[in-house]
Unconditional design. Structure first.
Lengths: 374, 368
């Protein structure tokens, strides 16, 4: 036990000696957290459009106004030919073009638009999701517009239509606040970078500078060395997590419906797994450069597959299954469950078991792989 | 010139000698693009939902069928009462619950209106918003079919054309972003670490006392990485083309030239980091912390820039990948020529020059 404490002390001295590093570890994550939380939203602002109105009739102007007043669209320009409007799309100045052809009003009155394509809608579809939404909104406005015209024609005759009365409720986050959901996720990224990278780099650095050999010839046991290497970074990572949560509560109205002890217990288990992985990587690499790239590879993979930025449900099934080896995905899910839904220890029990097994495997592998011989 | 050539060859040997690193450098970006290309998507499919049907009549059953056959949803559990919703949400089993009121079809026949309640787990707001939209869309369509007899035909039928991406494929959005992000992260990391490494081990002092000019040293050190990064860039673009069907509508030469320019930018950023950082660890953390999340989140890779608050939109102008993503999309997907990307090109070139100038100013020729 004393040996372990001595190693921990040695590590802390080394960490605190490097003031640039220390400042970077504490300040950078907080700044990033505060800034980046504001960036992550799919919420659509106004769609910019170009109108090509070749009809210039009362009805076409009415339709124009309908788009303008909808709150979803912003008319950037009016052109008189499709090619002229297309340059806006190519330049990225507009998301869609609405073409109202000559004779639109007449067509509508004569045959109630029986033929297809009495209007043209051109959408920049590189962002497929946005294009889908634009299509939906446009269709909605056109349907309303058409219904208005029908109503205008059939005044007096009451048409009774069946309708469903749909009510929505968004549980846990009624105002669809994106920040409170992204903050825990980004915080987990930052904590993982700090913990996993520091651990991974630390041991390799000793190898690279030759001090590992000096440690190897001492009677220090493998598990003692590993514990001594894990504990300081565990403490730093947990500290980082606390600061991040505090920032969330103070500035972003992050809710806290769950139990703080459960959260930190799970965070501890997660960090054992993540730092254990860092240790394992460091036993496999000879230089800091190598371990850096390995850690970077896993981290970015974990992040992209975790469901932090894109929904897990949208991934192919094999990728969802592969997430079983992604501790990051589990923690992102659980921290959201605890904070926002108030899930208790019973709700997260399966994840807890999963993470514990993962942590044990990682640390055993790391201890086993570490060679005390030069 | 001959001296520089010798130095570059030395650096090449230096890199190639370390087989593991070379393997990682070449395999990693390819693997990442492959995985992201297949995995990263925002399409809605197979969302687990529950349906609480208090009516169980022919209409509610038909609506249920309609919802489940859409491909967006699968029925996860058979919840019969509202009170079970809470625990199912808390365990994270389902994302949405649809509730039909008692005697649904009867009310629809007699009163022309019947109630449906949709409850979504909005702890993931993006998802909640989309699935509620999809669900009410499906129900709306169903009702429109039911009412068809009464309504005159839908009188406005727009002809909708999806430019640049007819089939609304997600890869058109994500692959250019992945290329830009991976290229800048890997390249910056490589350069910053390789130079600080010499500093840390003291070998830079040996080089500094050699007759080589300091600029020749830097040029010699990064030259091999231009080659490495360019091969990476080419393999990623080839991957996009052959595996993900991302077209190269525009000029391939222009595309490659822009890639080289972007690589030079990443290199000069790496050089800049290495002049600031005294150790490899700090260089790495600068490249990781300084670049990874900001470039991923502020470059328009996943989250549209136009949705962000004003200050962040401003910061996003400082993110090099933002410009390269625009260039890639314009050349590859829109088939645009230089006339449509010259502004972005100019910004990237300008940033490169600025990074280099700062580095030159900061680079210490003398030993402490």
């Amino acid at each position: 036990m004393r040996t372990i404490l001595i190693i921990i002390r040695k590590e802390f001295i080394q960490i605190f000696r490097n003031t640039i590093m220390l400042r970077m570890l504490i300040i950078l994550p907080v700044i990033q957290l505060v800034v980046l939380v504001n960036a992550v939203t799919f919420e659509m602002k106004r769609i910019t459009m170009v109108v090509v109105d070749n009809d210039l009739s009362y009805t076409s102007r009415l339709l124009n106004d309908k788009f303008r007043s909808s709150g979803f669209f912003k008319v950037r320009a009016s052109e008189f030919s499709l090619p002229a409007a297309e340059t806006y799309l190519a330049n990225g100045y507009a998301d869609m073009i609405l073409v109202i052809p000559t004779g639109f009003e007449k067509d509508l009155e004569r045959d109630a638009g029986q033929k297809n394509g009495n209007l043209q809608v051109v959408v920049n579809a590189i962002n497929n999701m946005k294009a889908g939404l634009i299509h939906n909104y446009t269709q909605n406005i056109l349907n309303n517009f058409a219904a208005g015209i029908i109503a205008g024609k059939t005044t007096g005759t009451s048409v009774s239509m069946k309708k469903t009365d749909i009510t929505y409720s968004y549980w846990y986050n009624p105002r669809l606040n994106y920040k409170i959901i992204m903050l825990p996720g980004i915080l987990v990224v930052l904590v993982t970078i700090v913990g996993m990278f520091m651990t991974a780099l630390n041991l390799v650095r000793e190898k690279e500078t030759g001090t590992a050999e000096q440690i190897n010839v001492t009677p220090v046991k493998k598990y003692q060395l590993m514990t001594g290497k894990l504990v300081p970074f565990m403490i730093i990572a947990l500290f980082e997590l606390s600061i991040g949560l505090l920032v969330g509560f103070l500035f972003f109205n992050l809710p806290f419906h769950g139990n703080l002890i459960v959260l930190f217990l799970f965070a501890f288990t997660y960090l054992l797994a993540a730092l254990g992985l860092g240790l394992l990587l460091s036993t496999m690499a000879d230089t800091q450069q190598q371990v850096m790239f390995l850690a970077f590879f896993f981290l970015i993979l974990f992040i992209m597959m975790s469901g932090l930025f894109t929904p897990v449900e949208s991934m192919p099934l094999w990728a969802q299954r592969a997430n079983i080896i992604n501790p990051f995905a589990v923690f992102v899910k659980v921290i959201r469950m605890i904070l926002i839904k108030g899930s208790g220890i019973n709700d997260i029990a399966p994840y807890f078991a999963h993470m514990s097994v993962y942590a044990i495997i990682m640390i055993s592998l790391a201890v086993w792989r570490y060679r005390k011989t030069a | 010139m001959r001296r520089l050539k010798g130095f570059i060859i030395k650096e090449f040997y230096h890199i190639l000698r370390d087989f593991h690193t070379v393997l990682i450098l070449f395999a990693m970006p390819v693997l990442q693009v492959l995985i992201f290309g297949f995995v990263v998507s925002t399409d809605i499919k197979d969302i687990r939902i529950a349906i609480v049907d208090h009516s169980k009549d022919h209409i509610t059953r038909r609506i249920t069928d309609k919802i489940l056959s859409s491909g967006y949803f699968i029925r996860h559990s058979h919840i019969d009462q509202e009170k079970d919703i809470e625990s199912s949400f808390r365990k994270g089993e389902i994302k949405e619950v649809i509730i039909f009121e008692p005697s649904f079809s009867h009310r629809l026949e007699t009163e022309n209106t019947a109630a449906i309640q949709i409850i979504a787990d909005a702890s993931d707001p993006n998802m909640a918003n989309m699935i509620v939209n999809y669900t009410s869309g499906i129900i709306g369509n169903f009702m429109a079919e039911e009412n068809k007899a009464m309504l005159t035909q839908q009188i406005i039928r727009p002809e909708v054309r999806m430019y640049y991406n007819q089939d609304l494929k997600g890869v058109f959005m994500f692959v250019p972003g992945t290329i830009a992000i991976i290229l800048i992260l890997v390249t910056t990391l490589m350069t910053s670490v390789s130079i600080t490494r010499e500093k840390e081990f003291g070998s830079i002092e040996v080089i500094l006392v050699s007759p080589l000019h300091p600029f020749e040293i830097i040029a010699g050190k990064v030259a091999p990485y231009v080659g490495l990064a360019f091969i990476n860039g080419c393999s990623i673009i080839a991957l996009g083309y052959f595996v993900f069907g991302l077209p190269v509508q525009g000029n391939l030469i222009l595309l490659l030239a822009e890639s080289i320019l972007y690589i030079l930018l990443a290199l000069s950023l790496g050089i800049l980091f290495s002049t600031i950082a005294p150790t490899q660890q700090i260089a790495m953390f600068l490249s990781m912390f300084g670049l990874m999340l900001p470039t991923m989140l502020l470059s328009g890779f996943i989250f549209p820039i136009e949705n962000m608050p004003g200050i962040l939109q401003f910061i996003s102008y400082l993110m090099p990948p933002r410009y390269f993503i625009t260039i890639l999309k314009n050349i590859m997907i829109k088939g645009a020529g230089f006339g449509f990307v010259w502004k972005e090109t100019l910004v990237i070139a300008g940033m490169t020059v600025i990074f280099l100038l700062i580095s030159i100013k900061k680079f210490k020729i003398r030993l402490n």
